[in-house]
Design a protein around this ligand. Structure first.
Ligand SMILES: NC(=O)c1ccc[n+]([C@@H]2O[C@H](COP(=O)([O-])OP(=O)(O)OC[C@H]3O[C@@H](n4cnc5c(N)ncnc54)[C@H](O)[C@@H]3O)[C@@H](O)[C@H]2O)c1
Length: 243
């Protein structure tokens, strides 16, 4: 299947490792130009390996979105935006600190809103696509509870996806989200080994996703091959949840 992503400028947040780094590799392999964003300077190595560029900064800083948009404009304008950066601060609700709640909402939801807003004009001018990285926790709670900030932030990104898709349909921007189940990255090390095995037992396919499998779906959603898909939050989770 031809994806026609050659030369398309793709902005990917949270690309120093994990799913974001897999996006960088996959889009570069399709000939896309990549502009990677992360607070971890290792993002420079990921960009270098794929012949792309990187910006190091903290997405919870409201001013950062403007700097990213400026650089994208200098490169000719963004065609694709992948809001992928995310954090998790698990805690039972009564023990969730204000600061943790705010940090999770800032990175997972507010930064995606700000960057989408900052790049909207560029994306509109270029029939662009936005892909938000949600989670199965965008549609239900986590498997064991104890992570209200993450669940709320992922529900927010699902809402942002639908609202932006509605407006984007008129503006020429297509917006969708990916809802992974459990992916083999550093993030799942928040769970100890026995808990990880227990989670696996709930998954009909009895395995976690490889980051490259999430990237395959992102390539499809970024390409014109998915041109009639608009405002969806698409599960990719080995059957963990089905809707
Ligand atoms: N791993 C999973 O099982 C899983 C499941 C569902 C959804 N997700 C979602 O997928 C996305 C990627 O997750 P991952 O597993 O690759 O995580 P990860 O922790 O391996 O990578 C996240 C990246 O985001 C960057 N980042 C975090 N906060 C930032 C900030 N304030 N500014 C700039 N960069 C920042 C980190 O430096 C890191 O490089 C997240 O949105 C996550 O919620 C992951």
């Amino acid at each position: 299947m031809k994806l026609n992503l050659e030369d398309r400028l793709t902005v990917i947040t949270g690309a120093a490792r994990g799913i974001g780094a897999a996006f960088a590799e996959a889009f570069a392999a399709e000939g896309a130009r990549i502009l990677l964003v992360d607070r971890d300077a290792a993002v420079g190595d990921v960009a270098g390996a794929s012949g792309g560029e990187s910006l190091v900064g903290d997405l919870s800083d409201p001013a950062f979105a403007g700097s990213i948009a400026d650089r994208a404009a200098e490169l000719g304008g963004a065609d694709i935006l992948i809001n992928n950066a995310g954090i998790s601060r698990p805690a039972p609700l009564p023990g969730t600190a204000d600061g943790d709640w705010e940090e999770v909402m800032d990175v997972n939801a507010n930064a995606a809103f700000r960057l989408t807003r900052s790049l909207w004009e560029q994306l509109s001018a270029r029939s662009g696509a936005v892909i938000n990285i949600a989670s199965f926790a965008a549609k239900r709670s986590t498997l064991f509870g104890g992570n209200a900030s993450y669940v709320a932030s992922k529900h927010a990104i699902a809402g942002l996806t639908r609202a932006a898709a509605f407006e984007g349909a008129a503006a020429g921007v297509r917006v969708n989200a990916i809802a992974p189940g459990v992916v083999a990255t550093e993030m799942i090390k928040l769970h100890d080994g026995p808990t990880r095995e227990k989670i696996k037992s709930f998954i009909p396919q009895k395995r976690f996703a490889d980051p490259g499998e999430i990237a395959d779906l992102a390539l499809f959603l970024a390409s014109d091959r998915s041109r009639h898909i608009c405002g969806e939050v698409i599960n990719i989770n080995g059957g963990l949840t089905m809707d």
